[in-house]
Every structure is written in C-alpha cells, then in structure tokens.
Design a binder for this molecule. Structure first.
Ligand SMILES: Nc1ncnc2c1ncn2[C@@H]1O[C@H](COP(=O)(O)OP(=O)(O)OP(=O)(O)O)[C@@H](O)[C@H]1O
Length: 772
C-alpha cells in the first residue's frame, strides 16, 4: 500500500522551494512572534534580574540584555532584525512597514535567518528535544491547532514561512555527539552552493524532505537509496544489501521520515502518539551514529520527529522518559529489551510502530544479541488485551502476521547461500538453519511472504575506491611492521583492528611510547570513555603540535566493536593487526575507510600461521569479482602484497624493542598490583593471614599459560629505575637519525617525507601503487 501520494512533487519543485527558503530575508514566523527589521531604539531590551548579592553594589542600577537579534549589513548601513510579538509589527511606524516590504521584495539578497536559534521576546515552553512549540494561552493553542489545516490548504506557502526548527538537542549533553557522522565536516552552505536535487525527483518525496536532503548536499541518491526507498514507500518489506559506506542509513531513514511527515500532514492530532519506527543496532556507537545521522537530516525540516537512542551505559530512567515521547527509537537489543519489557505502556505504544529496522542484521546472530532481538520481536507481536489471536493452531503454515509494520533489514554482508536463496537462485535448503541468518529473518515475522531483496552490489563486496594490501611478517614482528606502516603514513588517520581487548590495551601505550597519538576503543571500556575515544579520534590533529614530528594524525586501536557501521570522517587507512576472524569482518573493518565518495587503503599484517586463513578470506571476498570478470582468479584477487624494505624495518627495531619492554613491564606491574589487591582482599574476607611465601605460592600457578605468568612475574620484578632508563634511551633513539642505507635522514623527525622519497625503490614503489 502506497502512502503519501497526495504529496507527490518533482525534485525541481523542491529545489525551487529550497532556493526561496534559503535565499532571501525570510520573515520568520513562530506561534507568537515574527521577525522584522527593528529601529535601534525599538529593540526589545529586557531587564536582567540582578542577583541579590549585587543589591548594594554602587552604581549597579540596571542591567539590560537582548537576545535573538540579527545584525544585517546592507552596504554601509547596519540594521537589526528581531522577533516582535505577533500583531505588534502592524502597529509599527509606516517606514517599518516599508522596511518589511523591502525585506520580502529582496528575498534573494539576504541569507541569514535559518540558523538563528529560537528566540522569543515572550518565551514559550519547549518540550525537551521537540521542535513543536507548546502554546502559552488558549488562544495560542487554538491558533496552533489551526495551523496544520492551513498548512494543508497552502502547504508550500506555509512551509516557506515557517521557521526552520533549531537542531534537535541530543538526549544527553555528554553525548553531544556529532561524533559519528561525516556530515559534521560539511561546511555551512552558501546560497549559491545550493545543491541540485532534481535527481531525487523519481523517488517522489515530499518537497520538505527533498529540501532537507539538499541541506545535506546530497545531490543524488546512492544506488541502494534509489532502489530501496521506492519499495519501502510502497509498503514493502525490504532486505537491503550494499557495500560499506554506501548510504544504507538514509535508505531506510528517508522513507521513515517521509511516512512521519505524511502522518503529520494527515493531522491526526487527537490520536494518542506512538513511535513510528524502531531501529535495532548491534553496537552502542552505531546506535548513536544512526540517531545523529537522522537528526541531521531532520534539522532541515520545518517540523521534525523526536529521535532517541536507547543504549547501555546510560541512565535507564532518562531513556524511559525519552521513549515516552519518541517518534523514532534507535537502540541496542539488550538495553531496549531491558527498558521496554518492564513498562507496559511503553511496550504497548511501541507495538504500533510502522517500521522495524534491523541494521547490520547478520551481526545480531554473532553477538549473542539475538535472544534479546527475538524477545523484542515476540513482544511486538504479542496480542494486546482485547485483540484476538489469528493463529490457527491446527495449521502447519506460518502464522499470518497480525501486525501492520514493515520490516527492513540492512547489511553490507549476508550469508552467501542465503543471498542466493533470497535472490531466487538456490534450489537447496540451507545448512545449519538454526544458526543462519535465515532463522533470524523468519523470526522477524515479515508482513509479506516474500520481502524484496535488493542487492545494490552483487559483484564486489568492497567499496569502489578501496585499495587492499597485505604485509607478510613474522608473528613477533607485527609490532615492528605496524610501527613502520604508521610512521610512513604520518598524515593518514588510521584505524588499527585487533582480535583481542588485551592487544588493544597493549598496542595503545606501545604506540604512545613511540610518540604516536594512539587511542583505544573496546567493549570493556566505560560507555562515556568509548564515546570520548571516538571524539578524540575524530578531532583534527593539532597543527604543528609537535614540530619535528610528522606523525600527527590520530590512530584508533580497536576491537571489532568499531568494525560495523561507524562513519568516521577521513579515515584513510585501516590496518588489520590480526587477520579478521571472518571474511565478513574483513569487509566491515575495511569499510571504515573509502566511504561514500572517498578513497582509502586497507592493509593486513599476516603472520606465518595466518597465511592459509588469509588466502581463504581473500578468495571468499574477491571470488565473485574474479568470476564475473572471467579472468584467472589469482590475477584479480585485488589484494596487493607489500614488500617493506627490510633495511628500513631493521633500523626501527631498537625503538620498537624498547617500547615493547616498557609497555609490557608497566602492564605487568599494574596487573600484578591488581591481583595482589584481589588476593589480599580475598584473604582478609576469609580471615586468613598470608605470609610472603604463601602469597607468592597462591599468586603463581602451574599449567596452561604458566610461561606467560612467568614472563609477567619477571616483568614485575624490573625496577622503576630500569624502566626510567629504557624510557630515556627510547627518547634519545626517537631523536636520532635512522640510517636507511640510502642516506641519513630523520625518521621521527621533520624529514620523514624526504626519507620516504629516499627509500622508494622497494617499499614506496609498492605503497604508491596502493595510492598511499
Ligand atoms: N545520497 C548521498 N550522497 C552522498 N553521500 C551520502 C548520501 N547518502 C549518505 N551519504 C553519506 O555516506 C556516508 C556513509 O553512509 P552510511 O553510514 O549510511 O553508510 P552505510 O552503507 O550504512 O555503511 P556501513 O555498511 O559501513 O554501515 C555518510 O557519511 C553519509 O552521510
């Protein structure tokens, strides 16, 4: 069933509307005030309540303030634009009217009101995070109620006059995370830079939404958006597959917002509000990013839905309050289930959603989140009191879904066999169904017997502008090669993936000791620390913060918690310190670079033991590309072997060895101190007194891992002074020239670029081949 047909229009219309709404001195109109040029002596100054402590202050007779006044320069003349209570404007002097008229006549000459924060000389209450103004008086309320009908009569005109809402605040200021989306990097739009949105016309979106998309400067839909949006708007369930960074979030986000706008236009104000969509995300970071991404889109609308994210690590009560007023909910399954399962009213309200979205669906199965996702879906489908179950217990057939929601499932990777089956090409039953994605899809209880399967990238799974490389090295040389690659790419924002939290814990200080700005991210960190790490990583490297060092771009060392969906701007380099556990993980990790229209490089560090799994992984990822080209596979696997100049690497060895020793000793000491505390506490609780020998005995154990324990013990025994000495030695080494065998140049010094030019014969020749 199609929705919003009444609101059809062409992209050109939206373009025209947008130019009008952005170009000229729009008279902003809110419920109680309008914007006008105001003579300087009529500006609405307001007396400031001076705190009592200043009552006796001599000469402090009065302080006045003014808010929300725009200063407009017209040639040499400076004018002021301010919000004036409705109606009052008409009573202004004649020249004021002329002024206003002039403002309207000159609509194309002045740009500037759209981003003005909501300012009122008579402030009105705002629902937290809601752009709709609460009426202050009954009359205002009536006026406000009238507005949708008037808007329907003359939608375009009203939309033009309506004030653009202030951006939605994030739910928690600490999460004020424009962290996640590369939209943040977009510069402010000048009127002449208006984006031509005519390529969105075939999607028949409402003018307001096309204008909001134009605000994001997205001139045309990506392939997955072009194919998925119409199917979703036409009411279909959709399973969408498209490569990483190809705009899947808006492929489901745009139709959701479109439907919300359609519902607003229907104006069923008396109906009890319920959320329109629930989006399940596998990680907290991704949930916040989706939320931010949708908010950015909605910032360009005249009226926006209330979007909230519900993830672990943040206060439940606060999230519950936000859920009560939410239009679009984004959350991780675990926390969502925790919050909604206990609140019947919220649960009942969520049952009426129009869309259930499962982002990164295949990951849900892996992360043990499936149980909660399943619980949520079951709870959504459970009949409410007063409703009759339609299930026919005698029938073998799947029960007809009672719900009316559309289900949308998106990922860059889906199990191959399942893909074939969905595309109608497989005649066999899937193996291991209970654990397959098909099982999840069944549980999702689609509304349609056969959801639309859209594969926007059937041939290659990898992003178009991604280049892939492989470095073979010894198991114990990975740190060395990691350092070499990072050092040789000083200006590249790099993301280093490992398979273990402990490796993140070790590599971060290891790189920091070497003077590199490394930051950690793993699931064992506090939520706020995780968000802070992302924020730091996203921040621009300080310009010339460390003169003499070219290595300034931040480096994020992370587990696979950062592999899915994160849209961090300008990540140029992904390094797989450990070869990923699966081909899909490789696709997602590598997909953190080369997003949207950008290019990027992904390099795997491959130890001898990882050789075979790596070959398998590459074959799996690139086999279809090779097959479709008809050329021999080995020529086309697309992953280039990089031979790093051994001489260069050997020159780096002494610093790497020192940094490793310092790192491992420090970690062992910290760990030892924690274990000692634990043992002492346990002994204390049991009322046992341990003498030194017993303490040693309990703390050491034989068996698996005892070799490592022994090493740790030795590391703990290293004295403070020894560590200080290593630090000093390392510092000296970092200052010193590295003889590359070609010429003497600084490695960690200003002349890195020169060094790179000097050793281009082997290493750089290859790396340049990758576009580095
Ligand atoms: N139509 C468009 N034109 C240009 N850029 C777009 C368009 N739509 C989305 N983008 C941008 O593309 C980037 C990637 O989008 P998004 O995060 O939705 O990718 P994705 O396909 O979900 O990736 P992943 O599989 O890694 O989750 C974002 O920065 C987004 O702002």
């Amino acid at each position: 069933m199609a929705f919003d047909k009444k609101r059809k229009h062409s992209g050109e219309q939206a373009q025209a509307k947008r130019s009008q709404s952005k170009g000229g001195p729009k008279r902003q109109k809110t419920q109680n005030t309008e914007k006008h040029f105001v003579p300087v002596d009529e500006l609405p100054w307001q007396t400031v309540e001076v705190p009592e402590m200043f009552d006796d202050a001599e000469g402090f007779y009065g302080l006045e303030e003014i808010q929300g006044v725009d200063v407009v320069r017209e040639g040499d003349v400076v004018k002021f634009v301010a919000a004036v209570p409705k109606g009052k404007a008409g009573k202004k002097k004649d020249d004021k009217k002329a002024e206003d008229q002039k403002m309207e006549d000159n609509e194309d000459e002045f740009e500037g009101f759209d981003d003005t924060p909501e300012e009122e000389s008579t402030p009105v209450e705002t629902k937290a995070g809601d752009q709709k103004k609460e009426p202050k008086t009954k009359k205002d309320a009536k006026d406000q109620k009238k507005e949708p009908k008037e808007a329907k009569k003359d939608g375009k005109k009203d939309a033009k006059k309506q004030k653009k809402p202030a951006p939605q605040p994030t739910e928690d200021p600490e999460l004020e995370s424009n962290l996640f989306t590369s939209l943040d990097t977009l510069p402010d739009i000048e009127p002449e830079e208006d984006v031509d949105t005519s390529e969105w016309a075939p999607l028949e979106l409402s003018p307001d939404l096309v204008a909001a998309i134009g605000n994001l400067r997205f001139g045309k839909p990506t392939p997955i958006q072009a194919r998925a949006i119409p199917e979703i708007i036409n009411g279909h369930d959709v399973i969408g597959k498209a490569s990483t960074g190809s705009g899947k979030t808006l492929a489901f986000g745009i139709p959701i917002v479109e439907k919300w706008l359609a519902k607003q236009a229907e104006g069923k104000e008396d109906e009890k509000k319920h959320p329109i969509a629930m989006i399940l995300s596998p990680t907290r970071e991704l949930a916040h990013q989706i939320s931010d991404h949708l908010k950015k889109l909605c910032d360009g609308l005249t009226e926006s839905p209330y979007i909230c994210s519900v993830t672990g690590g943040l206060a439940i009560q606060k999230q519950l309050r936000q859920l009560e007023k939410a239009d679009i909910i984004i959350g991780t399954p675990g926390r969502l289930w925790e919050v909604i399962s206990t609140e019947i009213a919220v649960m009942n309200s969520i049952r009426q959603i129009d869309f259930l979205v499962v982002d990164e669906a295949d990951r849900l199965l892996k992360d043990g989140q499936f149980k909660e996702a399943e619980d949520i879906i079951k709870a959504l489908d459970r009949t409410r009191p007063g409703e009759e179950a339609e299930e026919d217990s005698d029938s073998d057939e799947e029960p007809t879904p009672k719900h009316n929601r559309q289900t949308l499932v998106f990922s860059a990777t889906f199990n191959k066999a399942l893909q074939q089956k969905l595309a109608g090409k497989a005649r066999y039953n899937l193996m291991g169904e209970a654990e397959s994605l098909e099982h999840l899809l069944k549980k999702l209880n689609f509304r349609e017997a056969k959801p639309k399967f859209i594969d926007a990238n059937p041939v290659s799974q990898m992003a178009d502008k991604l280049k892939e490389g492989l470095i073979h090295c010894g198991d114990l040389e990975k740190d060395l090669y990691l350092y070499a690659v990072l050092l040789l790419q000083p200006t590249r924002r790099a993301l280093v993936f490992t398979n273990a939290i402990n490796t993140v814990r070790r590599l971060t200080p290891f790189l920091q000791n070497l003077g590199l700005p490394a930051i950690s991210l793993h699931s064992d960190m506090e939520q706020k620390a995780r968000l802070r790490s992302l924020e730091k990583f996203k921040a621009d490297p300080p310009k010339n913060a460390n003169p003499g060092s070219s290595v300034q771009a931040p480096i994020l060392v992370a587990t696979d918690v950062a592999a899915r969906g994160l849209d961090i701007p300008n990540v140029d380099l992904v390094i797989h310190y450990h070869v990923p556990r699966s081909a899909d993980d490789y696709v997602h990790r590598s997909g953190r670079t080369a997003r949207a229209t950008q290019s990027g490089v992904s390099i795997m560090l491959c130890g001898p033991k990882e050789d075979i799994p790596t070959q398998r992984l590459i074959t799996k990822v690139h086999a279809s590309t090779a097959a479709s080209s008809g050329k021999p596979k080995k020529d086309l696997l697309g992953v280039q072997t990089i031979d790093i100049d051994r001489r260069l690497v050997s020159h780096l060895k002494p610093r790497v060895t020192l940094s490793k020793k310092i790192t491992e000793t420090t970690i062992a000491k910290e760990k030892g101190a924690k274990e000692d505390d634990w043992l002492k506490n346990a002994a204390e609780e049991l009322g046992i007194e341990l003498d030194e020998d017993e303490f040693e005995k309990v703390g050491s154990w034989k068996g698996k891992g005892s070799g490592k324990k022994q090493q740790e013990k030795q590391a703990r025994a290293v004295g403070k002074q020894e560590v200080q000495k290593w630090r000093w030695e390392l510092k000296e080494l970092l200052k010193r020239r590295v003889n590359t065998g070609v010429s003497e140049r600084y490695l960690n010094g200003v002349d890195v670029e020169g060094l790179l030019r000097g050793v281009r014969s082997e290493f750089l020749g290859q790396v340049e081949g990758l576009g580095l």
